[in-house]
Design a protein around this ligand. Structure first.
Ligand code: VGL
Ligand code: ZN
Length: 198
């Protein structure tokens, strides 16, 4: 089976000191680097929001980060401003050895819709193009690692399985936000969808 590694959002804003820091987010960098070295094909994702993105709590008067709001496409968690296009926070962690990557998928660039998954935006319908890219390249199996386990990694893994890829998550090379039990809930959803958790 032709395999690819997909490294999810290993960006400064998701690491300690960043705007939406994930505890221990930087600890995965050496593990991810070792995986990059081992895989024949590597793609990266980069959370890439315009300023004033609709997922930012600052755009919703009276709302705080980590609260939710109803969007036309469903419930959306609100976040601190993060990963603004071209900012230092949106850059890959300085220790990430990303030069081998064959593709960088940027997501979340439409102001009115968030995109956790590397495959579809949060309406679960608008594709990023990644599934078509992988299929055209003959890639049948994907392994995911990165940030955050219970948001962008999990939604990407669920969509990978839904698109017909064999999907594996390297859990030790991921770190979670864990908002109101989201890590346990998303772990359960991944298992139920047939995602292999390593
Ligand atoms: C992410 C929240 C908002 C992630 C991205 O990479 O998991 N989480 N944007
Ligand atoms: Zn984001």
């Amino acid at each position: 089976m032709t395999q690819a590694l997909i490294v999810i959002d290993v960006q400064n804003d998701f690491c300690p000191g960043g705007a939406l820091a994930v505890a221990g987010g930087d600890e995965i960098v050496p593990l991810v680097n070792a995986m990059i070295a081992r895989f024949e094909h590597v793609a990266l994702t980069q959370d890439w929001h315009p300023s004033r993105h609709s997922s930012f709590a600052s755009e919703h008067p009276g709302k705080n980060p980590f609260e939710t709001v109803a969007m036309p496409y469903g419930e959306q968690t609100l976040w601190p401003d993060h990963c603004v296009q071209g900012s230092e926070g949106a850059a890959f962690h300085a220790g990430l050895v990303w030069t081998k990557a064959e593709l960088v998928v940027r997501k979340g660039f439409r102001k009115g819709i968030d995109s956790y998954s590397a495959f579809f935006e949060n309406d679960r319908r608008t594709p990023t193009g990644l599934a078509g890219y992988l299929k055209e390249r003959g890639i049948e199996a994907v392994t995911l690692a990165g940030l955050a386990t219970d948001f962008c990694v999990a939604y990407s893994a669920l969509d990978a399985a839904r698109c017909g890829f064999k999907a594996t998550v390297a859990m030790n090379a991921c770190r979670a936000i864990d908002l109101d039990g989201s890590l346990a809930a998303m772990t359960q959803r991944m298992k139920a969808a047939g995602v292999i958790l390593e």
